[in-house]
Design a protein around this ligand. Structure first.
Ligand SMILES: Cc1cc2nc3c(=O)[nH]c(=O)nc-3n(C[C@H](O)[C@H](O)[C@H](O)COP(=O)(O)OP(=O)(O)OC[C@H]3O[C@@H](n4cnc5c(N)ncnc54)[C@H](O)[C@@H]3O)c2cc1C
Length: 291
């Protein structure tokens, strides 16, 4: 096996153009498992973990750009304001995995169980791709994630990072697994309130071929918040029936399957419970901030 060790993004992109079959490796926490289990035997690996251009984390004009090579440990240390992303990062694997694993790797693997992905979906993020000559293109998260472990990356391209507008309002990520730590999610939910846009975004992981949003639930809860006057007065809240209807719509948006980690019925139930909790936390945070 040949291993390419580029020292700059330009060099990496030239190598990727010359060897489109080369498999990029960032933290290697997915790639090396595939190789160790003999599920893949790439002829060429390209280490992208040393590229400082992928390790950037920039805040600009109310937007956050998260480089593909930023690890979960760095997110936890350096982005405390990105609450949901920090919570998702904390839930990934073990400290060793979080020290090596990156959001770019999560996007590259494109598993519906990737824990960073519901956060990127709830934020309505764009995935930025780059190719030789510095050609970049940005795809909305749902155009990038095309299926189970499939994405829109073309040969010769690298993931530069993801970008989103930072919303003003509370948000959270939570997941259910078969145990409490070191676990692939059976279902996960990211909920984000945007007080400027007066919207609630909800994204689900592990319950469909890709991460999905729950648009009917999002609209229904935004209307309920409006009816309750909660957009103008964070101390106001919605009734139990509206919260339950929201959780029901989130569960209805899921398209789960039965597999070794859980049944479709359990996953749908998990979505209902996680959604109800996430909404309660977010509304409590808004009330606490207003008090
Ligand atoms: C023990 C263990 C526990 C885990 N627990 C979790 C968990 O709880 N939650 C979770 O979501 N995941 C988990 N994972 C999976 C893995 O850690 C994550 O998916 C992680 O985000 C992968 O990042 P990486 O940098 O290690 O990716 P790598 O293994 O280096 O790469 C993964 C894929 O992305 C591609 N890639 C990486 N960077 C780029 C780039 N810049 N441009 C183009 N392609 C790129 C690679 O070619 C490959 O296809 C676990 C893995 C292990 C081994």
């Amino acid at each position: 096996m040949e291993v390419l060790l580029p020292r700059s993004l330009d060099e990496a992109l030239d190598l990727a153009a010359a060897h489109p079959e080369a498999v990029p490796v960032a933290g290697g926490t997915d790639v090396m498992v595939e190789i160790n289990m003999d599920h893949a035997r790439p002829e060429i690996l390209m280490d992208v973990s040393r590229l400082s251009e992928l390790a950037r984390c920039d805040r600009e004009d109310g937007q956050l750009f998260l480089g593909a090579g930023v690890t979960y440990t760095r997110i936890m240390r350096e982005l405390p304001e990105a609450t949901a992303l920090v919570q998702a990062s904390r839930s990934v694997g073990s400290p060793q995995i979080r020290n090596r694993g990156t959001v770019g790797g999560n996007l590259g693997t494109a598993s519906p169980a990737g824990d960073a992905l519901p956060v990127l979906a709830a934020m309505g993020s764009e995935v930025v791709l780059v190719a030789a000559g510095g050609r970049t293109r940005s795809l909305p998260w749902d155009a990038f994630l095309t299926g189970v472990k499939r994405n829109a990356l073309e040969p010769g391209e690298l993931i530069l990072g993801a970008r989103w507008r930072v919303p003003r309002g509370p948000g959270s990520f939570s997941k259910i697994g078969t145990r409490t730590a070191m676990v692939i999610s059976v279902a996960s939910v990211c909920l984000q309130i945007d007080d400027d846009e007066r919207t609630v975004h909800v994204a689900l992981g592990s319950v469909a071929p890709t991460v999905i949003r729950a648009p009917e639930a999002e609209s229904a809860v935004a209307v309920a918040l409006d009816r309750a006057g909660a957009w103008d007065d964070p101390a106001a809240t919605i009734g139990a029936a509206d919260a339950e209807a929201f959780a029901e719509l989130v569960a209805a948006a899921a398209r789960p399957i039965d597999d070794v980690r859980g049944t479709a019925a359990y996953r749908r139930h998990a979505c209902r419970v996680l959604a109800r909790r996430a909404l309660a936390w977010a509304l409590a945070d808004r009330r606490a901030e207003a008090a």
